[in-house]
Structures are given as structure tokens and as C-alpha cells.
Ligand binder design. Structure first.
Ligand SMILES: [Zn+2]
Ligand SMILES: [Zn+2]
Length: 70
């Protein structure tokens, strides 16, 4: 089964996917959409279906609604 990377919109194949928060990313696409820091799967925040590091998330949206679970 091929999923689509929510960042670049291209297919993510099994061998290269990085699954985090219920979505499949390319390893290089799983980065903070604000500061471009590489993110660890399952250990980042998400807003509007885009991944952010917790630092940027807190700065932009505050501490509420942060989701670290799958
Ligand atoms: Zn991608
Ligand atoms: Zn960031």
C-alpha cells in the first residue's frame, strides 16, 4: 500500500516511509515547517496537518492541543 507524503504530495513507499502521528512522510520531509529542523517520528507537534517541532509549536500556538501520541 502506498501512502502520500502530506508535505510534498509524492508517494511514500514502504522502505522509505517515516510514520508519525498517523501519517507517512519521507524521512527528509519530516521536518519542522517553520525552522526546518529534522523531527523524530512520534515526537513532534502537528498543526493543520503539518509537522512542527515542539519549540515552534509552543511559540506559535501555545501549550494547548499539543499531540505527542499516535
Ligand atoms: Zn515527501
Ligand atoms: Zn521548528
Amino acid at each position: 500500500m502506498v501512502g502520500y507524503c502530506p508535505i510534498c504530495g509524492k508517494p511514500v513507499y514502504f522502505g522509505e516511509k517515516k510514520r508519525s502521528l498517523g501519517r507517512d512522510y519521507h524521512p527528509l520531509c519530516l521536518k519542522c515547517q517553520k525552522c526546518n529542523r529534522q523531527l523524530t517520528a512520534g515526537q513532534h507537534a502537528e498543526y493543520d496537518e503539518k509537522p512542527y517541532c515542539s519549540h515552534c509549536y509552543l511559540k506559535m500556538f501555545g501549550p494547548r492541543g499539543i499531540a505527542f501520541s499516535q
